[in-house]
Ligand binder design. Structure first.
Ligand code: AMP
Ligand code: MG
Length: 414
């Protein structure tokens, strides 16, 4: 058996970042930028008002209340040239260009419209009040996003705001997903003796998409070597990676093992962890390309955990991530004992994590921990990393890998 760290470095060494590609900014959120983005335009492109109100010369309203003559109205988008002279005010709407002569805006709430085309101002302003200067947000020539940045939805909005409509990113890997097992039923038909319903394809398809991958779901492939070989070779021609579920252990009908051993440069790993001891990783040659293959075990919990611990970091590396390949881990306190037996393995126990009133992350297990018991895993938002031994007593500390990111942990303190 090898350690998880050893397995992870073998897998990560076998994959590289995909070739960057230009995409529309609307499609770039969640992806890693391949180049610096330099702003070609100022945002905002002109000084404008932050409020609905009256553009004034601040010196005119130094003592209040006072009255000014209203010379017109300016809406956002109105490009007409306007000038505010001494004793004058221009009615102006949020986003409209600041007129020449004016240096501040009085909020409409601080004014009173008078009958004779005049306005009464009740509050003083200083130069710059409620004015958004040119380039207040982004200055032309600035690097707005450095290469390696993971673009957020707001980031995609920024790209639109500077007219960077196309941007170079590491693309979403196209991942072929398949499950093996003659016992698996997907079509809703009554189960015959020995059959079970397939669950991993549903789970892994969603996990892949959540992690910014495109999925080609190939369904269940029967435990037949020539069928599997054909499906795998076809997948390798059109995809960037292949994820398989099942058939990588020591069973007599573990066809994934039999076929991939012939077709690909494979590493069949047994890791000193529980669940998810077996894991297969290799490279399948398709023309000039070598396609990474992640062979996850079939037991649903093992499938999910090995996806999280090994396939996900590798897929992130392919997507150009250099940091945070694995989920973040925090130190947590246990609210109930995390029981286990000594077996030479690190256990990844499914737990529910929440912030306590003490500001610490608290965890308790979510139920039965068998590798076939997906229902308890479904209630977990974290994995407690329980070292070999007899477990962790209540109130003690344990490292916890957060599956949904730190901010998804619910708080009890409202
Ligand atoms: P295997 O890794 O193929 O030896 O399968 C290990 C266990 O997981 C067996 O009990 C299988 O029936 C079960 N299993 C395999 N694939 C799936 C799947 N896609 N969905 C649900 N259970 C599965
Ligand atoms: Mg099987």
């Amino acid at each position: 058996m090898i350690s998880l760290d050893e397995a992870r470095s073998r897998v990560l060494n076998g994959v590289g970042a995909l070739t960057p590609r230009e995409v529309d900014c609307e499609r770039a959120s969640g992806l890693v930028l391949a180049h610096d983005v330099v702003a070609g335009e100022n945002v905002p492109p002109f000084a404008n008002t932050a409020v609905d109100g009256y553009a004034v010369r601040s010196a005119d309203v130094a003592s209040v209340p006072c009255e000014l003559r209203v010379i017109g109205t300016l809406a956002a988008g109105d490009g007409s040239q306007q000038r505010v002279g001494t004793g004058e005010a221009l009615r102006i709407m949020t986003g409209a260009v600041m007129p020449d002569g004016a240096d501040a805006v009085v909020m409409v709430e601080d004014t009173e419209t008078l009958a004779d085309g005049r306005v009464r101002v009740r509050r003083t302003v200083t130069p710059g009040t409620a004015v958004r200067p040119i380039a207040d947000d982004v200055r032309a020539g600035d690097v707005v996003f450095a290469a390696g940045t993971v673009l957020s939805p707001a980031g995609a909005g920024v790209l639109a705001s500077i007219n960077a409509r196309r941007v170079a990113v590491y693309p979403r890997p196209r991942v072929a997903l398949l499950s093996t097992g003659d016992e698996l039923v997907t079509d809703g038909s009554p189960l015959r003796r020995g059959q079970i319903r397939e669950s991993n394809l549903t789970m892994l398809d969603i996990l892949l998409r959540q992690n910014e991958c495109e999925v080609e779901n190939l369904g269940v492939v029967v435990d037949d070597e020539s069928t599997l070989e054909r499906v795998l070779l076809e997948a390798a021609r059109s995809c960037d990676a292949i994820v398989t579920s099942g058939g990588v252990s020591m069973g007599d009908f573990d066809v994934v093992k039999a076929v991939l051993s012939r077709l690909a440069e494979m590493q069949w790993m047994q890791m000193a962890i529980k669940p998810a001891k077996p894991f297969a990783f290799g490279l399948l040659t398709a023309g000039q390309r070598k396609i990474p293959v992640f062979g996850l075990p079939g037991n649903p919990v093992s499938s999910m955990i090995s996806f999280e611990l090994l396939a996900r970091p590798a897929l992130r590396k392919m997507m150009g991530h250099t940091r945070d390949l694995s989920r973040p881990a925090v130190r947590a306190v246990t609210d109930a004992p995390l029981r286990r037996k000594q077996d030479g393995k690190v256990h990844f126990m499914r737990v529910f994590a929440r912030f306590g009133d003490d500001g610490r992350v608290h965890v308790r297990d979510t139920g039965p921990q068998g590798s076939h018991q997906l229902a308890a895993t479904a209630a977990a938002n974290a994995l407690a990393i329980v070292p070999d031994g007899n477990g962790v007593a209540s109130g003690e500390s344990v490292d916890v890998m957060l599956l949904g990111g730190a901010l998804d942990i619910v708080s009890v303190a409202h």
